[in-house]
Design a protein around this ligand. Sequence first.
Ligand SMILES: *Cc1c(COP(=O)(O)O)cnc(C)c1O
Length: 368
Amino acid sequence: MTETTRILQPKPWISGIAPYVPGKSAGADGRPLVKLSANENPLGTGEKARAAFRAAADDLARYPDPGAAALREAIAAKYDLDPARVIYGTGSDELLHLATSAYAGPGDEVLYVRYGFAVYEIAARRVGATPVEAPDCDYATDVDALLAAVTDKTRVVFVANPNNPTGTLSSRADIARLHAGLPADVLFVLDQAYAEYLEADEDDDGLALAETAANVFVTRTFSKIHGLAAERIGWGYASSEVISALHKIRAPFNVTRCGQEAAIAAIGDDDFVNQSRAQNAEWRSWLKAELESLGNHGVRVVPSATNFLLVLFEGKVTAEAMNNALMEAGYIVRWLPSQGLPHALRMTIGTEDETRGLAAAIRAALEG
Ligand SMILES: *Cc1c(COP(=O)(O)O)cnc(C)c1O
């Protein structure tokens, strides 16, 4: 009689996942550092959202509105959308996972560009689908390469526009061309986590595309410009067919009461959003110019439409050495060897003081 030993094991596609690495906020010795590693709003949260959050915190015993009706109405009113087709998630992260779970499974392919957002690979592997990376074009999304990588097995295509961690923006024409080239049975997920940082003429028109196309899912977040990363709220827009599929598998109470109230206030606070966009634009172009003046040290800045810069270190001082020097100086940025970018650091635009301090520390490490 043979005895087989039975060992508890996760599914093989789960074992194959390399977990998401969040941005750090403290050095190895526990010393708090200026955190420029997670693309959070350096101005914090608007006063209106903070007040709404505090008011809602008096009533914690009851479940939140499972349909987030007031939040959907507020979002729909702001962007002239159908509130019935707005979905919400525990961060837009949840929505990216829902989209993959609903439309892909074992044997299917999930496609995105090299140097795409790290969650796409995890979302694909989590459902047993095969992640497929199309080549980039000098760190930017290459629409032709994506289209060339589409096969009969492709079920979901992810594009972040602008993209993280590269910061690059695809034009409205490129996004339209990509959508036009995709088969009708492929879900096109257009991740617009940084859309609110764009100038009006940079808008890729994704929401208008989602308004009419049956296979486009646009996602947004309250974590970035709205300064509500702690509350974990994202939203998305698609055809009613896509939205009803996603509702079947979202967690029943996936957005908290305080989060819903804070988000409603945040989306109505144009002053805070405009102030945040302007502050970011000013210090992003300042930091970019500072770093470009260090080009003789092999420093290169990838063009960015976001609240961060991807900076390449191709000279004597490597990205790893610079990362260590910056930590020594009290700044934590994002070194990305696990995303195929061992030669790059992603730096969130901070306050004026933080950005000036960061630039001085970089200069000192290169020239010192
Ligand atoms: C930050 C980010 C998100 C999601 O953030 P949530 O906090 O989960 O809403 C999604 N996509 C990209 C590209 C991001 O950078």
